[in-house]
Design a binder for this molecule. Structure first.
Ligand SMILES: NC(=O)c1ccc[n+]([C@@H]2O[C@H](COP(=O)([O-])OP(=O)(O)OC[C@H]3O[C@@H](n4cnc5c(N)ncnc54)[C@H](O)[C@@H]3O)[C@@H](O)[C@H]2O)c1
Length: 265
């Protein structure tokens, strides 16, 4: 029996990348996983999980649209009676220097990365409070809470917001037996990172990925499976006394003091 046997989990942004990794591992651990995304591909990802012998269904839903999120949650409650786990994963990244940032880009990043988390969490929380049980996992990043680069003002601010949201919500619901935690990934090899590499060096994005890997003490980017395993842990009873915290998963990319000192010991 997997550590999530019998649990009902919603994952946002689950068509690909980290959301897909979270959905695949949680399904393997016995959860019935509800994959949501704005991309049609979400149905293929869910189908492939089912073809592996696990339980998954999918919905096209935009985290910024309360009516779409509400109808997914209503349908899940109708079919399964409850939502045990919510993984707020949907997110977007655009590298733009602040002087060039349009309101549209700024609003899109905040709407999806921050407001989407509020909308999805608000939709599942009353049921969790009523049943005095729930696990909420929010996808933050090392970018914002720990590190940042030029071009990341908006993205870093949204990911720091996810961390603040996690702490305050954990306080609101601790008494109801609901755990709220955040994950701060470093570089996980997904379309988001591949796109960032393309924007950095359109002629040779692979060289950007290789350079990233060289800068990570473990010598490589993380996989969506490794990210999924951390999500499954935070969604399980193994982490029942963990709340209001965040876990960095970055192959030690944020660790080296030598980067600052300019020396290697
Ligand atoms: N990949 C990394 O290295 C990394 C590092 C730190 C944090 N993260 C975070 O992990 C999360 C997933 O990122 P990823 O790397 O897998 O990116 P990705 O682009 O591969 O996947 C993101 C998914 O979110 C979906 N999405 C976008 N807007 C949506 C919306 N409005 N409603 C529903 N779904 C929507 C996309 O369609 C896509 O399937 C993001 O929150 C990101 O900020 C990623």
């Amino acid at each position: 029996m997997g550590k999530l046997a019998g649990k009902i989990a919603i994952v946002t942004g689950a068509a690909r990348g980290n959301g897909e990794g979270a959905a695949r591992v949680m399904a393997r651990e016995g959860a019935t996983v509800v994959l949501t995304d704005v991309l049609d591909m979400v149905h293929d990802t869910a189908k492939s999980i089912v073809n592996n012998g696990h339980k998954a269904i999918s919905f096209k839903a935009d985290v910024t649209k309360p009516a779409e999120v509400g109808s997914v949650v209503q349908e899940v409650r109708k079919r399964f009676g409850r939502v045990d786990i919510l993984v707020n994963n949907a997110g977007v990244l655009k590298l733009v220097p602040l002087v060039d940032m349009t309101d549209d880009v700024l609003e899109r990043m905040f709407n999806i990365n921050v407001k989407g988390m509020f909308i999805c969490t608000r939709a599942v929380l009353p049921g969790m409070i009523e049943r005095k049980y729930g696990k909420i996992v929010n996808m933050s990043s090392v970018t914002g809470p720990i590190v940042a680069d030029a071009g990341e003002t908006a993205y870093a601010a949204t990911k720091a917001a996810a961390w603040g949201f996690t702490k305050a919500l954990a306080m609101e619901v601790a008494a109801y037996g609901i755990n709220v935690n955040a994950i701060c990934p470093g570089m996980i090899e997904t379309d988001m990172v591949r796109q960032m590499a393309k924007e950095t060096n359109p002629a040779d994005p692979d060289s950007v990925i290789k350079t990233m890997a060289k800068g990570i003490p473990m010598g490589r980017l993380g996989t969506i499976e490794e990210l999924g395993e951390l999500v499954a842990f935070l969604a399980s009873e193994e982490s029942r006394y963990l709340t209001g915290t965040s876990i960095v998963i970055d192959g030690a990319s944020t660790l080296p003091e030598s980067n600052v000192m300019g020396v290697t010991c």
